[in-house]
Structure formats: structure tokens, C-alpha cells
Design a protein around this ligand. Sequence first.
Ligand code: PLP
Length: 447
Amino acid sequence: IDEARAEGERAFALDRAHVFHSWSAQEQITPMTILAAEGSYVWDGSGTRLLDFSSQLVNTNIGHQHPTVVAAVQAQAAKLCTIAPQYVNDARSEAARLIAERTPGDLNKVFFTNGGADAVEHAVRMARLHTGRYKVLSRYRSYHGGTDTAINLTGDPRRWPNDRGNSGIVHFNGPFLYRSQFHSADEAQETERALAHLDQLVAMEGPSTIAAIILESVPGTAGIMVPPPGYMAGVREICDRHGIVFIADEVMAGFGRTGKWFAIDHFDVVPDLITFAKGVNSGYVPLGGVAINAEIAATFANRAYPGGLTYSGHPLATAAAVATINAMEEEKIVENAARIGNEILGPGLRELAQRHPSIGDVRGLGVFWAIELVTDRQTREPLAPYGASSPAMNEVIAACKSAGLLPFANFNRIHAVPPCTVTDAEVREGLAILDTALSVADAHTAH
Ligand code: PLP
């Protein structure tokens, strides 16, 4: 244990000296050290065990260190570590088959990328070339990645400092009943009014100028707002009417997170392109991609696709995907995510909401849940303002961590996003810790 602690201390010192962290003011962060993880747990630098209710960045859908996936990466490393994308490779071919068999409709071709943002970049590029149009519509309260097009598509404050103002992207309000922009009283109204808003926006922007509409099938980081019935089908209809490509961003919601292989499957809608990453191999090796329908694939049948990556379909990453998808199938991991959501996690969070006045809203499905914390249930005043943190939120997060829970937090929300493999007992452990931590939030409420 002393050796592990010394290793952690050395890693921390080197990190502070040399590692430049994402999205951060470098001198204002104190990153947690994690040197070991297994299943639903991680161990911090001092050897303390924490229940990982974040799945890191909502990517370890099969938990940490799944033995058959670790073995598959080791076996692939021994066999063939790397090969250029123009060659056929068995791991890449098999991963593409397994993905194509699970995507809806005729999305049967897969372009592999290194992660989610570049999947989004390429999906947009395909849509622009396919339609010969440039403009892309995306919603406020969304996250699509950190590269140039992806961050400009993003509807959260991380876009602001990156916004070129000439990216050809127009944002709109999607459905979000709890903070409805449409003064809706119920889901049916929210669907109808959000679709009318989008329809009008398309008409005003000029349908013949719009290449694509991109939507997270269930917006993740932005707050897990499950689209109300009929909304996604309505977006599909608007796209069909105007020849607009419908891109479903499944980077966070895909591969079991919502209790189905793809979140779009909840809505019986077939998009034209699906972007994926994270859960495809639980992030054991970086991998993302675009699943492409027959019509868009045909555009590039006799015309070169102007894009590529040295590591497109990297053998280590695709071998990890093959092993991950097979493990998910064999161990019924997607089914577990659905059951946990319906029977334990969803009901458990709703029960907490009955006792904690700081919980304004509970929403989600599968192992994809958010609780929205407020200082006043009547006014719905958030516990941290949009786009920021607050001392009160920081206290709640600290209370979670000190009681052994690693949460995923964003603005005034705590997300409960454990691995799809999480057990009933682990979920109950997480709910019990949230119960304690929420007393800290309750102390900041008006009632
Ligand atoms: N799209 C969505 C919906 C995401 O949640 C993310 C990452 O969180 C991305 C795209 C970007 O993926 P990556 O960080 O792998 O580039």
C-alpha cells in the first residue's frame, strides 16, 4: 500500500508539472489520482475505493477491466498491433459486421474514427457532400465534441470561446418539458410545439440550404432529456420532406446505455447516419465511427470520400469492440441496463425525490439518469447557474466523494450513470450515498 501511495504521489507531481488538462484553467484544478479500477469501482491515490457512478465520461459500459476484453486486446497486441487503414484486417471487418448488425434500418457501412468528435466531423462532411448543401442545425443543450465543427455544433457554453460565427451552424430549442421554452403543460404539447419551432426554423433558414439536422438521440451531458413521444419521428418527417440528412449522435447514449443497443431504437426512427464511440468498446482503446445508410454510402461508391485517418479501424481498438459487443450479447448487459433502470435506479431516484426538496426533476432510462438540483421547487431556481458551478454544488459533489461515490456532475445536475453491468447491490449502495449527500443540497433550499 505504501508503494502504491508513493507511485500515486509521483504521478500526481509529474501530472502537475507536465500534463495539460482538458477544459481547465491549469492552476485551478486538483485532479484525483486513479491507478486502479475493476468492475464498477475505482481506487484513488490513497487506496480509497469509490463506486464509479460516472462510468468515467459515461463510457465504461461494461465496467472496468472486463476480463475477456482485456484478454482480446492482449491477444491482438501479440498478433498485430497496427495496420494502415487501406488494408483489410480481420478485427476491423468483424467489428464492422457486429456494429452494422445492430444499427437500425439500412445503416450497414461503418467508417471508423478515433473517437466521438471526429465521428461527428465526418458525419457532417458526408452529409454536406451528399446533399451539396452546407448549413447544419443542432439544438441548444447538447454536446457533440471538442474539435472545430463538433464544438461549433455543441449547444453548451463550451462552444462560446470556440464559436467562429461562420461555421454554417444554426441552433434551435429541442424538447425539455421541465424548463420548456414553449410554455408547454405536458409532453404532447412539448412535442407539438418543439416540432412547430423546428419546422418554422427550417422554413426561415431555407430548406434548400440545410445539409443536416444533428441530435443526440437522448442528450447526455446537457441533462438527459429523453425526447417526448413523437418528437424524433417528427424530426425524421421534417428531414424527409426537405431532403435533409438526419444524424443521430449516439456517442454517449449508444451501446446499451439506455437499455437498448441504440437510444434511437426507443423511438422507432431510422436516422441516415449514426455517430458512435465510448460504449462501442467501453473506451478500452480509443474508437469511434459513423454508421452510414445505403443512400449516403452510394454517394461515395464511384466518387472518392475526401477524408481518412491513419488509425481508422485500428486493430487494437476494433478487437476491443468485437470482444465488448460479444460480451454484451453473451452476458445480457444491455438487458441488465434496462432492468436496472426500470426496477432499481429509476424508482430509487424517484424515491429520493420524495424526501429531498433539493431534487427538482428526475429523468432518464436504462443506466442514464439525471437529477436536477434546485434551491426552490416552485421557481425551479437551479442550485448552480447555467454554465457554471456553485459552492453548494461543490459541497454536494464533495459529500458524494467523501462517502465513496464518484458522481458525474454538470452545472446543477448530478447524473447517475453507472456501467451497464452494475449490480442491484451496487446501485443501492450508490443511492444510499446520494441520500446522504443530498441532505447537503437540502440545506440550501428555500423550504
Ligand atoms: N457526442 C456526444 C453525444 C458526446 O457525449 C461526446 C463526448 O462526451 C462526443 C460527441 C465527443 O466524443 P469524444 O470525446 O470521444 O471526442
